[in-house]
Write a protein that binds this ligand. Structure first.
Ligand code: HGY
Ligand code: MN
Ligand code: MN
Length: 428
């Protein structure tokens, strides 16, 4: 039996250090969440908290011996050299920005897990044919600058760098200014060398793995996403003196839109549509003034592209009808739109073999959430490893929680998939 025939023991990461670092990173942007009584994480992209977290993760990358670079949209990559530097790398990673009421695991598990994979390769004295890179992408959540997967979409060429730079937050700060302000306006090309493969480890953020009683999911793809901002234009008037039939009540119109979206989801007409109005602001927002304006965001998700398009068309027609019914006109603004993205079968099979080698049961599932992997999938063979969450996998809330064992298992699966893809250099 030559060394290359000897079945190697599966690689295992230092899950205690992984957990310690997840808990340490969680405190950057940590806050006491009054709604849940728990510590939440508020680390919006390119804020001071994000900058502090970025610097800490870069330090961890450098301590792991990685060569770190920052690209022009603020994406950060740490490279572990391979035997053959000419070979395209195996890339792992995710994001470290959070929603405003986030948890400790969304995104960070894939980034800190990637660093632990590198450390496990070093600890095992394993050299790989291909370089291995660990990355984190800018503004994956999209909650500050209005479009999700921003950094990875720029890398994949779906969003133009100049357009990304000009995006603004609610206070009018641009992506470009904020990158400069926090010192992450890197110089590396944002369209990066195409990886050999990309594997992202991420919490599932939903109930599928918990219901199946497994820690591991192999992700088959990501459902379509549609984000739009809808502005409704009515007329302000006295709440007491204005007859009901004489009103152009933007608040009423907005409420009908919210109810209609839920009716669409319940109807089955649009398949497994999920619709959410996460923000709704009325103006002039005074008790005794009929709302003249309403601004709401509409988040639609659908695992079927045709049914997503049908849902968007139906909603547009419904909103058009508000003018006849309530004298309220509408303006739509497109924030984000991605189609269903299937992940690579070959990479999924590598992940499955990795889980099998570790004796970890798994299920295959489509992702309900968007991920950087759906953008990188446009450039190279890509798939994801899901890790089960507690409390039905609830996420985007401080209640988000995955057990240390589940996190360790998921990153072990990631480690062995990376080793397979990067090709261990077998020493005789
Ligand atoms: O919105 C999403 O699905 C992701 O969390 N950005
Ligand atoms: Mn995420
Ligand atoms: Mn998220």
């Amino acid at each position: 039996m030559t060394a290359s025939d000897t079945p190697r023991a599966p690689l295992r990461v230092d899950r205690e250090r992984l957990w310690r670092n997840l808990m340490r990173l969680k405190e950057i942007g940590g806050y006491d969440d009054t709604a849940t009584g728990l510590r939440g994480v508020r680390r919006l992209a390119l804020t001071d908290e994000d900058a502090q977290a970025r610097r800490l993760v870069v330090t961890w990358m450098e301590e792991a011996g990685l060569r770190v670079r920052v690209d022009r949209i603020g994406n950060v990559y740490g490279e572990r050299p391979g035997e053959d530097p000419a070979l395209p790398c195996v890339l792992v990673g995710s994001h470290i920005d959070t929603v405003a009421t986030g948890g400790a695991f969304d995104g960070t598990l894939g980034v800190l897990g990637g660093i632990e994979v590198v450390r496990a390769l070093d600890a095992a004295g394993i050299r790989t044919r291909r370089p291995v890179e660990v990355g984190f992408f800018t503004e994956e959540e999209g909650v500050r600058f209005g479009t999700d997967m921003l950094g990875s979409a720029v890398t994949a060429g779906r969003i133009d760098l100049a357009h990304a730079y000009a995006l603004t937050d609610a206070a009018g700060a641009t992506v470009r200014d904020e990158l400069v302000r926090i010192g992450f306006d890197g110089s590396a090309p944002e369209v990066r060398p195409v990886p050999h493969a990309y594997v992202e480890c991420h919490i599932e953020q939903g109930p599928i793995l918990a219901a199946a009683g497994v820690d591991i999911g192999i992700v088959t793809g990501v459902q379509a996403i549609s984000w739009q901002r809808l502005t409704l234009h009515g007329e302000a008037a006295h709440a007491g003196t204005t007859p009901i039939e004489a009103r152009a009540d933007a608040g009423l119109a907005a409420a009908e839109v919210v109810v209609e979206i839920r009716r669409m989801c319940d109807s089955g007409t649009f398949g497994r549509l999920r619709g959410t109005v996460g923000t709704l602001a009325l103006s002039p927002a005074q008790t005794n003034v009929i709302p003249a304006g309403a601004v709401l965001t509409v988040d639609l998700r659908n695992p079927d592209d045709a049914l997503m398009a049908a849902a968007e068309a139906h909603l547009a027609a419904f909103v058009d009808g508000l003018h006849d019914r309530h004298g309220v006109s509408a303006t739509w603004e497109r924030m984000a739109r991605t189609a269903v993205v299937p992940f690579d079968d070959g990479i999924q099979d590598v992940i499955a073999a990795s889980a099998d080698a570790l004796g970890l049961p798994y299920v295959r599932a489509m992702s309900g959430a968007g991920h950087d992997a759906q953008e990188i999938a446009a450039t190279c063979p890509t798939a994801m490893v899901f890790v089960a969450g507690e409390h039905g996998g609830i996420s985007h809330t401080p209640r988000e929680y995955s057990r240390p064992e589940a996190c360790g298992n998921g990153v072990d699966v990631l480690a062995n998939a990376v080793l397979t893809l990067a090709g261990p250099v077998v020493t005789a």
